[in-house]
Design a protein around this ligand. Structure first.
Ligand code: SAH
Length: 420
């Protein structure tokens, strides 16, 4: 009798001590708080013991020290994030149906955010209750990134559900980020055939997409991340709206997202800097593809840190500067080193900015919060002797949702500053 009551109300009052057949992950006393707040990560330091056996990606039942059910999660023995939650409901044990439903729901949520673009993120990992699963749509092609042990364990179901629900003809896998190594998984890059396995021999072509009325070529095979930084879509539109008649400096330009936006918005000139030669080559092709004035765009292959100093020595100044560096701090442990990097580029950029000019400055580091980022930029402005108004705060576009219970999902933040 008592046992039945516990099963019906497993998360309240007396603990559910029912032990299923599968592996059980017990937390240390008082370490269940974040899971109760629906945060989907179980760190290795919070774990007391694993009862039963679990391999990489296997489903484990996570329990509080007193045995209360907390979550179903994917076990990842190599990672500091030892388990990632699939479900907080005891009745919702992960299976094919659950994963299919999650993929369909994620794609259904995107219907309202499509706009003019034919490229958007269909699945955004934890924010879509699919930890380790990212899927970016570029026209009829879907680029899939599986970065967690759990996602890898369910790869066939995930890939086939994505194929069905997205209607995309071609699926290409880009599971080659550093996160995969942290999970103890090898890289996988290649076309995805019907079985959900990557076939590396087939090389995809460069794909053309459309965003904010601009055409871009995306190299899904060799480009960074899945090929294009879709999260900056709205922010590129904001920059376009500011650009008319301005002399623009675009740092970390990649394939020219902000460069083309500024030129389409009527910039007088755009000087674009990146350390990647292939990115600059594609950026130049993008300018030509849009029949924009190639005489107004100048390209430099350089390290932004030292190039900003060179520009300062040459006495160059600009009306609009964009700083969109790569992730300096993947986790909060790297925040201090990252802070030095952000301060350096913001300080040197502000010195090049004319009074009345704009600085659009970004951070995509999960380990640096929006608050901390603003403090770092304020420190840079103080050292540059620049007084600046915050005219806008930037975020990732709506196809990259942020969950209240998972603030790590708010990795992209930015400020639009106007120098007085
Ligand atoms: N703003 C771009 C995305 C930038 S991604 C867009 O809208 O598409 C970050 C870019 O920084 C990458 O292209 C990478 O090659 C470049 N990069 C990384 N470190 C750099 C450095 N020290 N100097 C110059 N470029 C760098």
């Amino acid at each position: 009798m008592k046992k039945t009551m516990n099963e019906k109300a497993p998360t309240t009052g007396a603990a559910s001590r029912k032990r299923g057949a599968g592996p059980q992950l017990f937390l240390k006393p008082a370490r269940e708080r974040s899971l109760r707040r629906l945060h989907p990560w179980v760190f290795s330091g919070a774990i007391d013991r694993l009862e039963g056996e679990a391999g990489s990606g296997d489903t484990v039942c996570v329990r509080a020290a007193d045995g209360t059910f907390l979550a179903w999660a994917a076990y990842s023995p190599a990672s500091q994030i030892r388990a990632r939650v699939w479900s907080f409901s005891e009745a919702e044990q992960p299976d094919e149906n659950l994963l299919r439903a999650r993929v369909s729901a994620a794609i259904a949520r995107r219907q309202s955010v499509m706009g003019d673009a034919n490229a958007l993120r269909l699945v955004h990992a934890e924010s879509d209750a699919l930890p380790g699963v990212v899927a970016d749509r570029y026209g009829d092609t879907l680029v899939v990134q599986l970065t967690s042990a759990g996602a890898e364990r369910w790869r066939n179901v995930i890939v086939e559900s994505l194929r069905e629900a997205s209607g995309c003809k071609l699926l290409f896998e880009r599971s080659d980020g550093d996160v995969r190594a942290l999970e103890g998984l090898a890289s996988r890059v290649g076309m995805l055939n019907g079985e959900g396995s990557a076939v590396a021999e087939m090389k995809p072509d460069v794909i053309e997409i459309r965003e904010n009325g601009i055409r871009y070529l995306v190299d899904i095979g060799a480009g960074q991340k899945t090929g294009f930084f879709l999260d900056q879509r709205d922010n590129r539109a904001s920059v376009a709206a500011l650009a008319r008649g301005r002399e623009v400096l675009n740092c970390f330009c990649y394939t020219g997202g902000f460069t083309l936006s500024a030129q389409a918005g009527g910039a007088a000139s755009v000087l674009s800097v990146d350390s990647s030669a292939p990115a600059l080559t594609l950026a130049r092709r993008n300018v030509a593809l849009n029949a924009l004035d190639t005489a107004r765009s100048h390209w430099v292959e350089a390290d932004v840190f030292s190039y900003l100093r060179d520009l300062g020595r040459e006495g160059r100044t600009f009306d609009l500067i964009i700083l969109d560096p790569p992730k300096f701090a993947p986790t909060s442990r790297d925040a201090e080193r990252a802070a030095r990097g952000y301060k350096d580029i913001n300080l040197n950029a502000l010195k090049l900015l004319r009074p009345g000019g704009y600085l659009a400055t970004f951070s995509c580091s999960s380990g640096v919060s929006a608050d901390l980022f603003q403090k770092i930029v304020a420190g840079a402005a103080a050292d540059a002797g620049a007084s600046c108004a915050i005219e806008q705060r930037f975020h990732a576009a709506a196809d990259h949702p942020v969950m209240l219970e998972f603030p790590e999902g708010e990795y992209l933040k930015g400020l639009l500053l106007r120098k007085r």
